[in-house]
Design a protein around this ligand. Structure first.
Ligand code: PLP
Length: 458
């Protein structure tokens, strides 16, 4: 055991891939408030959701069963890269000269490069089972599109991705990766849909937005036979699929007789935070680890948990989805174009929002420059180039390790390295050239966006 506790990384075997996902809905102090359908003025029904998602996914969305079996075919697909390594950042510890132990779970080893494959594979599997022939989605920065494209190829489903035009132009290699996996990628706004054509008629040079891309993807689903939609974060079933991260990490830490004092993950829509933290928050709720701290890290350009309101809001920018109770800056809020594209989402998933509301987790806001500084430090110590999104978690892990040093306390810190940064080198180039700036959200813009919240009377 003592030998193991000095080891650099803990790698489990395939049998250790979890056999069940953890559904935190079973353990919430208060049940989630229901989703609301603004079109009917009533609570959203399963039938509403079944128009765009397969039934088994909808069942998972509302389930309060604590453990949900992971189908064998999904576990088999996970075997390509799971269990992912748990690594001790010994070089970073030395560099910081901290008594804290820093561990990270490396989700960047997935073929698509991020944690998003954990849910993409599960979602595509259930679609295949339900007879879906075509899945349409939108992608901003491209990580979700890549994960879904790969999963669709594995299960033999056609994949159509509407990629925000500005990313399509700025991140051509993400697009190429999706095409290698066989996906059909359109720069959005496109000529493929009525929604896209309308925008282009008015503004032929429009560089697109996630809102437009979502509208195009949903129109695609509604106008094609056997087509369904798929979402890469935010929703309860996506958060649940990601819990393989935390469940594995727990097992890995058990091998070396460790348990974290602090778990840290960045927050876009909330899925990677849920994935790492929920299995630990379970222990906080049931009282076996009351003192555990779970920290969600937000960019100063888009701090929904820290500065948003807890209210019903749409999941997307165009108001297509039902409204969910969540911390939000308003679905029409447009965060500035920070390099961590995956964190530019207006709301925090209903589950993460509820957990924060119950004070079972906390949020911290960091700025872009200090994030890149942490990213470069991490790369120089541990060799891994982190995604700008994941680097938000690294920043806070470093801050906590420095605090432990000041206090002369040994702390065990665990963070999620949600993805690698190999497609983000333009951003690193700009950082090294001193061209990266801090972006703060505008209070005024948020106030304006909050006026567009849907009216809900339940
Ligand atoms: C999408 C993404 C995120 C943020 O999304 P969540 O839904 O909050 O998990 C974080 N890191 C990477 C690498 C991503 O691709």
């Amino acid at each position: 055991m003592s030998k193991l506790s000095n080891s650099k990384k803990i790698i489990l075997s395939e049998e250790d891939i979890p056999k069940q996902w953890y559904n935190i809905q079973a353990d919430l102090p208060h049940p989630l408030e229901p989703a609301f359908n603004p079109k009917t003025g009533k609570i959203a029904t399963k039938e509403d959701l079944c128009k765009i998602f397969p039934e088994e996914i909808v069942e998972q969305e509302v389930s309060t069963e604590r453990w949900i079996d992971i189908p064998d075919q999904v576990r088999d697909a996970y075997k390509i890269w799971r269990p992912s390594p748990l690594v001790r950042a010994t070089n970073l510890e030395k560099f910081l000269d901290t008594p804290a132990k820093i561990y990270f779970k490396n989700e960047g080893v997935s073929p698509s490069g991020s944690h998003k494959s954990n849910s993409a594979i599960a979602q595509v599997y259930y679609n295949k089972k339900a007879g879906t022939k075509r899945i349409a989605t939108e992608t901003g920065a491209g990580q979700w599109g890549s994960a879904l494209a790969m999963a669709c190829k594995m299960f033999g489903i056609e994949c159509v991705v509407y990629m925000v035009k500005v990313s399509f132009q700025q991140k051509p290699y993400r697009k190429s990766l999706m095409q290698v996996y066989g996906a059909n990628v359109f720069a959005s706004p496109s000529m493929q849909t009525e929604a896209g054509r309308k925008v282009l008629e008015k503004d032929p040079d429009c560089t697109g937005s996630l809102g437009i891309a979502i509208s195009e993807a949903i129109e695609d689903v509604l106008t094609h036979k056997n087509a369904k939609y798929s979402l890469g974060s935010v929703l309860n079933h996506v958060a649940m699929h990601q819990t393989v991260i935390g469940l594995e990490a727990k097992k890995q830490l058990e091998v070396i007789d460790e348990y974290p004092d602090i778990v840290i993950a960045c927050l876009g829509g909330g899925s990677n935070f849920s994935g790492l933290a929920f299995p630990f928050i379970m222990d906080k709720i049931n009282g076996t680890h009351k003192d555990l701290r779970a920290i969600a890290v937000e960019p100063s350009a888009c701090p929904k948990l820290s500065k948003g309101v807890y209210a019903y809001d749409y999941g997307d920018l165009s108001g297509f989805t039902p409204a969910f109770k969540m911390y939000t800056l308003g679905h029409t809020f447009m965060p500035s174009g920070i390099h961590a594209g995956g964190l530019r989402y207006h709301g925090a998933s209903p589950l993460v929002s509820a957990i924060v509301k119950e004070k079972l987790a906390e949020s911290v806001v960091v700025k872009q420059r200090e994030v890149f500084e942490a990213a470069v430090t991490f790369a120089r110590c541990e060799g891994i180039l982190p995604a700008p999104e994941s680097s938000h978690a690294i920043r806070v892990a470093i801050n906590e390790a420095l605090k432990a040093k000041e206090e002369g306390k040994s702390k065990t810190i665990l963070f999620n390295l949600s993805g690698h940064g190999h497609f983000d080198l333009t951003a690193y180039e700009q950082y090294l050239a001193g061209k990266i700036q801090d972006c703060n959200y505008s209070e005024e813009e948020v106030q304006k966006a909050l006026k567009d919240l849907p009216k809900v009377n339940l």
